[in-house]
Design a protein around this ligand. Sequence first.
Ligand SMILES: [Zn+2]
Length: 189
Amino acid sequence: MRIRLEDYAIHNAMEDMADQAIEQVLSEDRTACDCPDCRDDVKSQILNKVPPFYHPLISGEPRRQSIMLEDLATDLFNKIMVECYKALIRVKENPRHSDDRSELHNTTERILRLAVGEVLSNQKVHLDRDDLSRLMSGALNGLKPAYTTTHKGDAFTRASEIDTAYLAQVYSEIFKALDGLKGNDAQTS
Ligand SMILES: [Zn+2]
């Protein structure tokens, strides 16, 4: 079974936090480039330094209101702001205004898609869209994000190129998330 991007719907709420932090920092630093490319580069660096906060977008349910940066616990707020300042300095020093860019994406999500497809085939489990969304966001929250704006990371989506310890962790998060789904069923039935 092959899981495609369009087979599920998830959102990392940390992306909204990062956007808000970038907005704030850019408004204070007029010397920084605020083009979409530089924003994405800053954003991907922030997102790789803070814990992901994925949630499934369940069909028919209203989209959750985004959390405001100011409402976060102080530690997390400070962490995001510090990483934002650091990332902005790096991007300012070395802006990547080239054509060799991909849209901001989390390569961990691609690896997970491959592994989830394999597990579901082996276990002969069929998940509907919402459960697949729950599984993907649950597992992603247990894995280190690897956001990128280049095509380079895509090579790592070939399972053979990923080290086995990491792969073991990916499978462990998938099975944990699958167990979570079963727990939900038991509660509702
Ligand atoms: Zn720029």
